[in-house]
Design a protein around this ligand. Sequence first.
Ligand SMILES: [Zn+2]
Length: 130
Amino acid sequence: MNEKLQELLDTVQRTACQVSDVASDAAYGVTKKAGELLSVAKLNIRVVDLKAQVNTALREVGEMIYGTHTGSPTDSDVLLAKLQEIDALRDRIAELNAQIARESAGPACPTCGAPARAGDVFCRECGGKL
Ligand SMILES: [Zn+2]
């Protein structure tokens, strides 16, 4: 393997724990800021948007790695910052998905206790009337 590329990958591996610590701090900040209530539809749009951002960032990481392989090395700090950005985006997506699940939840089934979705007339588990 290309020596520069090996160095870059070694750095990424060495800093893996550190990156995830920083990223969870960053995600916590984002989560606090986003406490406002949004409709599930708006939350879903945000998730789609964030997933597009993750895809863009992953493509950029791929370009950095490939650039290093082809003789235009990427500074490992730049790569790590990009990886950290992806961690924060993915944490944010997980948080939004959890919020969507909470806000989509309807009443529990009186017969079996399974969670019902808003608008359900019959239980999806036991078929009982809600
Ligand atoms: Zn039921």
